[in-house]
Design a protein around this ligand. Structure first.
Ligand SMILES: O=C(O)CNC(=O)[C@H](CS)NC(=O)CCC(=O)C(=O)O
Length: 287
Protein backbone atom coordinates (compact mmCIF):
# COMPACT_ATOMS: atom_id res chain seq x y z
CA UNK A 1 0.00 0.00 0.00
CA UNK A 2 1.30 3.41 -0.87
CA UNK A 3 -0.07 6.89 -0.39
CA UNK A 4 -0.63 6.97 -4.14
CA UNK A 5 -3.31 4.27 -3.93
CA UNK A 6 -6.14 6.74 -3.73
CA UNK A 7 -8.86 4.09 -3.49
CA UNK A 8 -7.35 2.65 -0.33
CA UNK A 9 -5.48 5.51 1.31
CA UNK A 10 -3.89 5.25 4.73
CA UNK A 11 -5.50 7.41 7.40
CA UNK A 12 -4.03 8.39 10.76
CA UNK A 13 -5.46 9.28 14.15
CA UNK A 14 -2.94 11.20 16.23
CA UNK A 15 -3.19 10.78 19.98
CA UNK A 16 -1.56 13.44 22.13
CA UNK A 17 -0.85 14.22 25.74
CA UNK A 18 -1.00 17.99 25.24
CA UNK A 19 0.30 20.13 28.08
CA UNK A 20 0.06 23.74 29.20
CA UNK A 21 2.25 25.59 26.66
CA UNK A 22 1.61 25.98 22.95
CA UNK A 23 5.16 25.82 21.51
CA UNK A 24 6.08 22.35 22.81
CA UNK A 25 2.65 21.02 21.85
CA UNK A 26 3.14 22.26 18.28
CA UNK A 27 6.64 20.76 18.18
CA UNK A 28 5.17 17.44 19.28
CA UNK A 29 2.32 17.65 16.77
CA UNK A 30 4.92 18.39 14.09
CA UNK A 31 6.85 15.20 14.92
CA UNK A 32 3.68 13.11 14.94
CA UNK A 33 2.43 14.54 11.62
CA UNK A 34 5.84 13.93 10.05
CA UNK A 35 5.73 10.36 11.31
CA UNK A 36 2.21 9.82 9.92
CA UNK A 37 3.33 11.15 6.53
CA UNK A 38 6.48 9.02 6.56
CA UNK A 39 4.35 5.95 7.18
CA UNK A 40 2.28 6.78 4.10
CA UNK A 41 -0.80 8.47 5.56
CA UNK A 42 -2.65 10.85 3.26
CA UNK A 43 -4.96 12.19 5.99
CA UNK A 44 -4.07 12.80 9.63
CA UNK A 45 -6.47 13.90 12.35
CA UNK A 46 -5.19 15.69 15.46
CA UNK A 47 -7.12 15.57 18.78
CA UNK A 48 -9.24 18.29 20.35
CA UNK A 49 -7.16 21.02 22.00
CA UNK A 50 -3.91 19.62 20.59
CA UNK A 51 -2.22 23.03 20.89
CA UNK A 52 -3.12 23.62 24.53
CA UNK A 53 -4.50 21.66 27.47
CA UNK A 54 -3.89 24.44 29.98
CA UNK A 55 -4.13 24.63 33.76
CA UNK A 56 -7.35 26.65 33.42
CA UNK A 57 -10.02 26.61 30.70
CA UNK A 58 -9.56 30.37 30.32
CA UNK A 59 -5.90 29.88 29.25
CA UNK A 60 -7.33 29.18 25.80
CA UNK A 61 -8.52 32.79 25.54
CA UNK A 62 -4.90 33.95 25.82
CA UNK A 63 -3.79 31.92 22.80
CA UNK A 64 -6.90 32.40 20.64
CA UNK A 65 -6.21 33.65 17.13
CA UNK A 66 -8.34 35.47 14.57
CA UNK A 67 -9.40 33.27 11.68
CA UNK A 68 -6.36 33.44 9.37
CA UNK A 69 -8.59 33.53 6.28
CA UNK A 70 -10.37 36.74 7.36
CA UNK A 71 -9.35 40.42 7.10
CA UNK A 72 -9.16 40.64 10.92
CA UNK A 73 -6.05 38.48 10.76
CA UNK A 74 -4.19 40.89 8.46
CA UNK A 75 -2.14 42.47 11.26
CA UNK A 76 -2.38 39.68 13.81
CA UNK A 77 -0.09 36.77 14.60
CA UNK A 78 -1.64 33.36 13.88
CA UNK A 79 1.14 30.94 14.88
CA UNK A 80 -1.07 27.87 15.32
CA UNK A 81 -2.80 28.25 11.95
CA UNK A 82 0.54 29.11 10.27
CA UNK A 83 2.03 25.92 11.71
CA UNK A 84 -0.86 23.81 10.41
CA UNK A 85 -0.70 25.24 6.88
CA UNK A 86 3.07 24.76 6.79
CA UNK A 87 2.92 21.18 8.10
CA UNK A 88 0.21 20.19 5.59
CA UNK A 89 2.27 21.63 2.73
CA UNK A 90 5.64 20.31 3.87
CA UNK A 91 4.38 16.79 4.51
CA UNK A 92 1.91 16.71 1.59
CA UNK A 93 -0.72 15.65 4.10
CA UNK A 94 -4.39 16.48 4.56
CA UNK A 95 -4.77 17.58 8.17
CA UNK A 96 -7.92 17.79 10.27
CA UNK A 97 -6.64 20.01 13.03
CA UNK A 98 -8.54 18.79 16.12
CA UNK A 99 -9.71 22.04 17.62
CA UNK A 100 -7.99 25.35 18.15
CA UNK A 101 -9.36 28.46 19.88
CA UNK A 102 -10.46 31.02 17.29
CA UNK A 103 -11.70 34.46 18.29
CA UNK A 104 -15.43 35.20 18.24
CA UNK A 105 -17.36 38.47 18.27
CA UNK A 106 -17.42 38.20 22.07
CA UNK A 107 -14.37 39.43 24.01
CA UNK A 108 -14.41 36.62 26.59
CA UNK A 109 -15.39 33.57 24.59
CA UNK A 110 -13.93 31.82 21.55
CA UNK A 111 -14.90 29.07 19.11
CA UNK A 112 -13.55 25.53 19.35
CA UNK A 113 -12.69 25.43 15.65
CA UNK A 114 -11.81 22.31 13.70
CA UNK A 115 -9.91 23.48 10.61
CA UNK A 116 -9.12 21.27 7.63
CA UNK A 117 -6.02 21.77 5.43
CA UNK A 118 -5.40 20.11 2.10
CA UNK A 119 -2.04 18.68 1.08
CA UNK A 120 -1.01 22.04 -0.43
CA UNK A 121 -1.52 23.74 2.94
CA UNK A 122 -4.72 25.56 1.94
CA UNK A 123 -7.45 25.74 4.53
CA UNK A 124 -10.50 24.17 2.95
CA UNK A 125 -13.00 24.05 5.84
CA UNK A 126 -13.71 25.20 9.37
CA UNK A 127 -16.22 23.52 11.69
CA UNK A 128 -17.02 25.07 15.06
CA UNK A 129 -17.95 22.56 17.79
CA UNK A 130 -21.73 22.60 18.15
CA UNK A 131 -22.36 20.87 21.49
CA UNK A 132 -20.51 22.23 24.52
CA UNK A 133 -19.55 20.07 27.50
CA UNK A 134 -21.49 21.64 30.40
CA UNK A 135 -21.91 18.69 32.73
CA UNK A 136 -21.30 17.24 36.14
CA UNK A 137 -19.88 13.75 35.77
CA UNK A 138 -22.06 11.28 37.75
CA UNK A 139 -20.48 9.74 40.88
CA UNK A 140 -17.47 12.03 40.62
CA UNK A 141 -16.40 15.51 41.67
CA UNK A 142 -15.68 16.41 38.03
CA UNK A 143 -17.63 19.28 36.53
CA UNK A 144 -17.15 21.09 33.23
CA UNK A 145 -18.58 24.30 31.83
CA UNK A 146 -17.17 24.66 28.37
CA UNK A 147 -19.72 27.36 27.50
CA UNK A 148 -18.03 29.73 29.97
CA UNK A 149 -15.13 29.98 27.51
CA UNK A 150 -16.55 28.81 24.20
CA UNK A 151 -19.30 29.95 21.85
CA UNK A 152 -21.15 27.06 20.15
CA UNK A 153 -21.06 26.76 16.38
CA UNK A 154 -24.27 26.94 14.35
CA UNK A 155 -26.11 23.59 14.35
CA UNK A 156 -25.46 22.64 10.73
CA UNK A 157 -23.75 19.51 9.40
CA UNK A 158 -20.52 20.21 7.52
CA UNK A 159 -19.38 17.69 4.92
CA UNK A 160 -16.53 18.38 2.52
CA UNK A 161 -15.46 16.72 -0.69
CA UNK A 162 -11.92 15.33 -0.51
CA UNK A 163 -9.83 13.10 -2.81
CA UNK A 164 -10.53 10.17 -0.46
CA UNK A 165 -14.29 10.65 -0.07
CA UNK A 166 -16.91 12.85 1.54
CA UNK A 167 -15.66 13.88 4.99
CA UNK A 168 -17.99 14.90 7.82
CA UNK A 169 -16.83 16.98 10.76
CA UNK A 170 -17.65 16.64 14.46
CA UNK A 171 -15.85 17.10 17.78
CA UNK A 172 -15.77 15.14 21.07
CA UNK A 173 -18.98 15.75 23.05
CA UNK A 174 -20.83 15.88 19.69
CA UNK A 175 -20.50 12.06 19.79
CA UNK A 176 -23.43 11.98 22.24
CA UNK A 177 -25.80 13.55 19.70
CA UNK A 178 -26.59 10.91 17.07
CA UNK A 179 -28.80 13.28 15.08
CA UNK A 180 -25.70 15.22 14.04
CA UNK A 181 -24.19 12.06 12.54
CA UNK A 182 -27.47 11.23 10.79
CA UNK A 183 -27.36 14.70 9.29
CA UNK A 184 -23.73 14.16 8.25
CA UNK A 185 -24.41 10.83 6.55
CA UNK A 186 -27.56 12.24 4.94
CA UNK A 187 -25.35 15.01 3.54
CA UNK A 188 -23.12 12.35 2.01
CA UNK A 189 -20.43 11.72 4.64
CA UNK A 190 -18.54 8.44 4.19
CA UNK A 191 -15.76 9.27 6.64
CA UNK A 192 -16.46 11.13 9.87
CA UNK A 193 -13.86 12.67 12.15
CA UNK A 194 -14.39 13.17 15.89
CA UNK A 195 -11.25 14.70 17.41
CA UNK A 196 -11.71 14.45 21.17
CA UNK A 197 -10.54 15.14 24.71
CA UNK A 198 -12.77 12.63 26.47
CA UNK A 199 -12.37 12.51 30.22
CA UNK A 200 -10.94 9.32 31.65
CA UNK A 201 -14.12 8.73 33.63
CA UNK A 202 -16.61 9.12 30.80
CA UNK A 203 -14.27 7.57 28.26
CA UNK A 204 -13.94 4.37 30.32
CA UNK A 205 -17.72 4.13 30.40
CA UNK A 206 -18.69 5.26 26.88
CA UNK A 207 -15.87 5.95 24.38
CA UNK A 208 -15.84 2.66 22.45
CA UNK A 209 -19.61 2.32 22.45
CA UNK A 210 -20.25 5.87 21.24
CA UNK A 211 -17.65 5.83 18.46
CA UNK A 212 -18.64 2.37 17.24
CA UNK A 213 -22.36 3.19 17.40
CA UNK A 214 -21.94 6.33 15.28
CA UNK A 215 -19.95 4.31 12.71
CA UNK A 216 -22.47 1.43 12.67
CA UNK A 217 -25.55 3.64 12.42
CA UNK A 218 -24.15 5.57 9.51
CA UNK A 219 -22.07 2.90 7.77
CA UNK A 220 -19.24 5.41 7.91
CA UNK A 221 -15.59 5.14 8.87
CA UNK A 222 -14.93 7.08 12.07
CA UNK A 223 -11.56 8.60 12.89
CA UNK A 224 -11.43 9.54 16.57
CA UNK A 225 -8.10 10.69 17.98
CA UNK A 226 -8.22 11.47 21.68
CA UNK A 227 -6.18 13.33 24.25
CA UNK A 228 -4.53 10.98 26.73
CA UNK A 229 -2.84 10.93 30.10
CA UNK A 230 -2.54 13.68 32.72
CA UNK A 231 -2.70 17.36 31.81
CA UNK A 232 -1.69 20.69 33.35
CA UNK A 233 -5.19 21.04 34.87
CA UNK A 234 -4.67 17.83 36.85
CA UNK A 235 -7.33 16.19 34.67
CA UNK A 236 -6.88 12.87 33.00
CA UNK A 237 -8.14 12.01 29.54
CA UNK A 238 -8.94 8.59 28.20
CA UNK A 239 -6.72 7.93 25.17
CA UNK A 240 -7.67 4.77 23.22
CA UNK A 241 -7.65 6.80 19.99
CA UNK A 242 -9.60 4.82 17.42
CA UNK A 243 -10.16 4.23 13.76
CA UNK A 244 -13.47 2.38 13.38
CA UNK A 245 -14.45 1.00 9.99
CA UNK A 246 -17.84 1.41 8.34
CA UNK A 247 -19.05 -1.91 9.81
CA UNK A 248 -18.19 -0.72 13.31
CA UNK A 249 -15.06 -2.82 13.76
CA UNK A 250 -12.07 -1.27 15.49
CA UNK A 251 -9.37 -1.16 12.82
CA UNK A 252 -6.69 0.52 14.92
CA UNK A 253 -6.46 1.66 18.52
CA UNK A 254 -3.81 3.48 20.54
CA UNK A 255 -2.32 1.32 23.24
CA UNK A 256 -0.36 3.89 25.27
CA UNK A 257 -1.55 6.87 27.29
CA UNK A 258 1.00 9.11 25.57
CA UNK A 259 1.65 10.56 22.10
CA UNK A 260 0.97 7.96 19.43
CA UNK A 261 0.06 7.67 15.75
CA UNK A 262 -2.44 4.99 14.79
CA UNK A 263 -2.90 4.13 11.14
CA UNK A 264 -5.43 2.13 9.15
CA UNK A 265 -6.46 1.61 5.54
CA UNK A 266 -9.59 3.38 4.41
CA UNK A 267 -11.57 0.90 2.31
CA UNK A 268 -13.71 3.21 0.19
CA UNK A 269 -15.21 0.46 -1.88
CA UNK A 270 -16.42 -1.39 1.20
CA UNK A 271 -18.35 1.67 2.35
CA UNK A 272 -20.20 1.72 -0.98
CA UNK A 273 -20.74 -2.04 -1.03
CA UNK A 274 -22.08 -2.02 2.52
CA UNK A 275 -24.43 0.85 1.85
CA UNK A 276 -25.83 -0.91 -1.22
CA UNK A 277 -26.14 -4.39 0.30
CA UNK A 278 -27.22 -3.32 3.78
CA UNK A 279 -29.32 -0.25 3.04
CA UNK A 280 -30.38 0.80 6.54
CA UNK A 281 -29.64 4.43 5.66
CA UNK A 282 -32.36 4.33 3.03
CA UNK A 283 -34.80 2.52 5.38
CA UNK A 284 -35.09 5.54 7.66
CA UNK A 285 -38.66 6.56 8.49
CA UNK A 286 -38.20 9.50 10.88
CA UNK A 287 -35.40 11.80 9.76
O1 LIG B 1 -10.90 18.61 29.86
C1 LIG B 1 -10.15 19.33 29.22
O2 LIG B 1 -9.27 20.04 29.70
C2 LIG B 1 -10.32 19.36 27.75
N1 LIG B 1 -11.63 18.91 27.39
C3 LIG B 1 -12.20 19.48 26.35
O3 LIG B 1 -11.61 20.29 25.73
C4 LIG B 1 -13.60 19.15 25.96
C5 LIG B 1 -14.47 20.24 26.50
S1 LIG B 1 -14.37 20.45 28.25
N2 LIG B 1 -13.97 17.86 26.42
C6 LIG B 1 -15.10 17.27 26.09
O4 LIG B 1 -15.92 17.77 25.30
C7 LIG B 1 -15.28 15.92 26.76
C8 LIG B 1 -16.53 15.19 26.40
C9 LIG B 1 -16.63 13.97 27.23
O5 LIG B 1 -15.71 13.57 27.91
C10 LIG B 1 -17.90 13.20 27.25
O6 LIG B 1 -18.80 13.46 26.43
O7 LIG B 1 -18.00 12.31 28.08
Amino acid sequence: MTAADSNNPLIAAIQMNSLGEVAPNLARADDLLADAAKRGATLAVLPENFALMGARETDKLGVAEPDATTPEAADAATPIQDFLARAARDYGLWIVAGTIPIASHEPDRVYAACCVYNDSGERVARYDKIHLFDVGVPDSAEAYRESATFVPGLPEPLVIDTPFGMLGLSVCYDLRFPELYRALSAAGAEIIVAPSAFTHTTGSAHWHVLTRARAIENLATLIAPNQSGHHASGRQTYGHSLIVDSWGQVQAEATSDANEVVIATLDRKRIQTLREGFPCLTHRRLF
